[in-house]
Design a protein around this ligand. Structure first.
Ligand code: BES
Ligand code: MN
Ligand code: MN
Length: 455
């Protein structure tokens, strides 16, 4: 631990400056106008891996954005850790709500504000710096492979192709990912599951053209009203999802598992105050922790149609649209849920309209074992760095590729995230606490040490 602290202290400013440099690339994977910036970010990451001591570093082209690969094999008989992360970020919109511009990283109050600060540049870069530290101090305990992709925020389609084509190159003993959250620095935790996702877009069409709302209104169904009614019917009075068969494959936790989950510290008043809401909402019979961890959900991500410009326009629009996502839990299956939704949504459409459902990306849920060598190594590393054993929690977000690592590479994952729920992921003013960044850099070498020792 002393070697780690000494090295980090001697390099604090540079470690921070490099992250700031990385955060300046607007590597927005969703928007083609940033294609070159995404590529430049990949080149930057590759160079930093080389500088840190990695071999065979490559910016691997794909049909979409490139994947950065690099490795250090110290001894083939030692265990191998495959580090996964993503250097792409979500679009920064709405720009006007940022206190400082998203790609001009700014430090305020011990936190670094920028798009990608926590998700996932600040988090995967801890692994690059921890690797530098281990390499420079001669303390590498495991072989290490890096696979840092540029399409996580758009569904990782090409990573799947890359993984299938590079099974040998990616052979490892465990996947280590920092792209999730912990409760706090005072209450460290490890996520042991991720939800899956089914994402679709719906269009409801009424009349074959926009109509004058005075001439036709009252006699022709307004597709926005119909869409709103259809959407409202997707939850019942207990906030259960009404799609037939939706819950069929949901793995129910037993009373002991639910009790353990609910022992994690959670202050509902603080939660409400932080979000500016008067009451929490959700599926009857479940706590907030359960609603965001072990239960599936359905959310409307966006809804539009008709006239939304300046002033007023009296129109009965022809079309209404919505983007809808469902978070899935074991053992729900993304494609099956997409089909169930589509069938249901078509069935509930009244004769006044036609509906079209277009699937977007999806992903399988995943649970990670808590009885593995890698989990114990993470637990010990956190205990040593934080002075407290981490609490296992179930994360609400999705990293679709985790189930692919298991299916294609036969690898289990450890989700050693250092973010906080309050880091404003995908939202204006995303931030990462500098303390978390350095705590991560200190904890990661301990993971490698204990993983080698326990393996
Ligand atoms: N890092 C997040 C996932 C996450 C966030 C997991 C917080 C646990 C806690 C990841 O970058 C992400 O945003 N994933 C998307 C899915 C993807 C297919 C766009 C998500 O969860 O919406
Ligand atoms: Mn992420
Ligand atoms: Mn994300």
């Amino acid at each position: 631990m002393q070697t780690i602290k000494t090295y980090v202290e001697a390099n604090t400013d540079r470690f921070l400056d490099e992250l700031i440099e990385l955060l300046r690339f607007p590597s927005v994977s969703a928007d083609p106008k940033y294609k070159d910036d995404v590529k430049n970010a990949a080149e930057f990451v590759a160079q930093k891996l080389r500088d840190a001591g990695a071999d065979k570093v490559e910016v691997c082209p794909t049909e979409g954005h490139p994947i950065v690969y690099g490795e250090k094999i110290i001894d083939p008989t030692k265990p191998t850790v495959l580090v996964y992360g993503h250097y792409d970020v979500q679009p920064p919109d709405p720009l006007e709500l940022w206190e400082t511009p998203p790609f001009e990283p700014t430090i305020r109050d011990g936190k670094i504000f920028a798009r990608g600060a926590c998700d996932d540049k600040g988090q995967f870069y801890m692994h690059v710096k921890a690797f530098e530290l281990m390499h420079a101090t001669g303390t590498l305990a495991c072989n290490i492979k890096f696979m840092i992709e540029g399409e996580e925020e758009v569904g990782s389609d090409n990573l799947g192709v890359f993984v299938k084509a590079n099974k040998q190159r990616l052979a490892a003993d465990v996947v280590l990912i920092s792209d999730t959250a912990m409760i706090s620095l005072d209450t460290p935790s490890l996520e042991t599951g991720l939800r899956g996702l089914s994402y679709l877009e719906v269009t409801v069409t009424g009349p074959n053209r926009d109509l004058h709302s005075g001439v036709y209104g009252g006699a022709v169904a307004n597709p926005i009203t119909i869409l709103a009614q259809m959407i409202a019917s997707l939850h019942d009075e207990n906030n259960h999802i009404t799609i037939p068969g939706f819950y069929n494959d949901v793995a129910e936790l037993d009373a002991a598992e639910r009790k353990a989950l609910n022992e994690a510290p959670f202050d509902e008043n603080e939660y409400k105050a932080d979000l500016g809401i008067k009451a929490v909402w959700g599926e009857k019979g479940y706590t907030t922790i359960e609603r965001t961890g072990i239960r599936p959900t359905l959310e409307i991500n966006g809804i539009w149609g008709g006239y939304i410009g300046e002033g007023a326009k009296t129109v009965l629009p022809s079309k209404a649209h919505a983007k809808i996502s469902m978070r899935l839990v074991p053992n729900q299956e993304s494609d099956a849920i997409t089909k169930l939704f589509t069938k249901h949504f078509e069935r509930i459409a009244p004769d006044y309209v036609t509906v079209k459902v277009t699937p977007h990306h999806g992903g399988q849920p995943a649970v990670t074992p808590t009885d593995s060598t890698a989990y114990r190594a993470a637990e010990k590393a956190i205990e040593e760095a934080f002075g407290k054993k981490p609490i296992p929690t179930r994360g609400g977000g999705s990293i679709p590729i985790v189930s692919l690592f298991e299916n294609e590479l036969g690898l289990k994952t450890v989700l050693m995230g250092f973010g906080l729920d309050s880091d404003n992921l995908h939202s204006p003013n995303e931030k990462y606490d500098i303390a978390n960044y350095f705590k991560g850099i200190e904890t990661i070498p301990l993971f490698h040490k204990y993983f080698a020792e326990l393996s």
